[in-house]
Design a protein around this ligand. Structure first.
Ligand code: IFM
Length: 447
């Protein structure tokens, strides 16, 4: 028998995207190369050599995309700003035309009754800054703070929700240690330094945003992971804890406790990038935490596998096209863990959640993505349960509003609730979009 799950009247619903994944217009109106433009042009790095040159052509279609958001009935739209549109060389001359685009976007959102939530950094670092050392270089911190100052001076009277960084774990470890994301390096010491400079730039930007955007809410977006040990053995439990260290504690501890975890510093073999006073700056008080959650990991001890000495095992179950296990219960576990370990966390938003499935567009323009609807239902039920037990979850952004450029996977993974035909740029509401439109209006769903 199904039951109705309702959310509090002030709970907010939204959709999320990011600049490089949807905008296109990669070389228009003064925008210059980002590390992703370079990476896409490096053979073997991105599926079929695809790139974000056109993507969803949102740069030219933002007005009609906002009308689609209205059909979805969302209260909020989370997007990111492309640094190489604003400061094409990373520092120096400001490209006012780039700022004009975001001004038009924000004005149109507000005119349509949708709250703009702006992320300053969703991975499109200007190539000029990478050439000067990228995130492993401390000077990139100053460049970011200056960029944040420029953007918030122009938009701060209208954008009242700011996120400094999206998923700094990806912008550091996935990009500089694992090498799957731009710039594709494979050096642990670079990744550790990059993660620190991302966090330091976050901490230093918070007061800038508060000064330029009065009464705004400021937060950071972390892709927090849930890790279950593969067995009850102490070795596997410790391995899972190291994964918590790598993905969660390394970011959450300095932001909410003002101190990096010692066990991880030891595992990384030191931390030369850390200077006196940095941790205090990183711990600048925030208004909210954004959590991106997609899946859990089941982790086993792996003595031969440095630096973490862990490996992931894949239990039987349902998996998405990303080979990510569908495991909504872990969202509940993660929310409870976050609140218990970091009691000062304050308001929480799920800033991304969703799934890639092998969607098929029928001849009459339908996409029957019941698997995605079920994925969402499970996660919404977990959220509600955590809220009933006191977790201050205030809103939810679905990833993603529409199919888009999925980084190293190019266009081969569809995360959208709106199907995009990349040849014609036509958009089609999937069944999940129609279902989500009911949820945003009713503020409840049948489970
Ligand atoms: O597409 C990405 C997004 O850019 C960041 N979070 C995870 C999504 C799905 O992989």
């Amino acid at each position: 028998m199904s039951k109705t799950i309702s959310f509090p009247p002030d709970f907010k619903w939204g959709v999320a995207t990011s600049s490089y994944q949807i905008e296109g217009a990669a070389f228009e109106d003064g925008r210059k190369m980002s590390i992703w433009d370079t990476f896409c042009r490096t053979p073997g790095k991105v599926y079929q050599g695809e790139n974000g040159d056109v993507a969803c052509d949102h740069y030219h279609r933002y007005e009609s995309d906002i009308q689609l958001m209205k059909e979805l009935g969302v209260d909020m739209y989370r997007f990111s700003i492309a640094w190489p549109r604003i400061l094409p060389d990373g520092t120096g001359t400001v490209n006012e035309v780039g700022l004009d685009f975001y001004e038009r976007l924000v004005d149109s959102l507000l005119a349509n009754g949708i709250q703009p939530w702006a992320t300053l950094y969703h991975w499109d670092l200007p190539q000029a800054l990478q050439d000067a050392g990228g995130w492993p270089a401390r000077a990139t911190v100053d460049a970011f703070v200056n960029y944040a100052d420029v953007v918030s001076k122009r938009l701060g009277d209208r954008v009242k929700h700011w996120m400094t960084h999206n998923e700094p774990w990806c912008a550091s470890f996935l990009s500089y240690q694992i090498g799957e994301h731009a710039p594709g390096h494979q050096k642990l010491d670079e990744a550790v330094a990059a993660s620190h400079h991302l966090l330091l730039s976050h901490g230093r930007t918070v007061p800038v945003l508060r000064a330029n955007s009065r009464d705004s809410k400021v937060g950071i977006v972390l892709n927090l992971a849930w890790n279950d040990p593969a067995t009850d053995s102490e070795a596997d439990k410790e391995a899972a804890w190291r994964m918590f260290g790598y993905q969660n504690r390394w970011f959450m501890d300095p932001v909410y406790k003002g101190q990096y975890p010692e066990d991880m510093i030891e595992l990384y073999g030191g931390f030369p990038a850390l200077q006196n006073g940095d941790e205090q700056e990183i711990a600048a008080p925030l208004d909210f935490l954004g959590i991106n959650y997609y899946t859990r990991a089941v982790v086993a001890n792996a003595p031969g596998n440095p630096p973490l000495y862990t490996t992931q095992v894949y239990p039987e179950g349902e998996y998405t096209e990303m080979h990510w296990e569908v495991h909504p219960e872990s969202l509940y576990d993660l929310l409870k863990w976050t609140q218990e370990r970091y009691p000062n966390v304050g308001d929480i938003y799920i800033t991304e959640n969703g799934a890639a499935f092998d969607d098929k567009l029928t001849e009459d323009g339908q996409v029957k993505d019941e698997n995605r609807v079920n994925y969402l239902k499970g996660h919404f039920a977990s959220m509600r349960q955590a809220m009933e037990e006191g977790v201050p979850l205030k809103g939810y952004f679905l990833w993603s509003m529409m199919d888009n450029f999925e980084w190293a996977y190019g266009y081969s993974k569809r995360f959208g609730i709106i199907y995009v035909d990349f040849d014609t740029q036509e958009r089609f509401l999937k069944d999940s979009a129609k279902w989500y439109a009911m949820v945003t209006r009713a503020n409840s769903f049948e489970f």
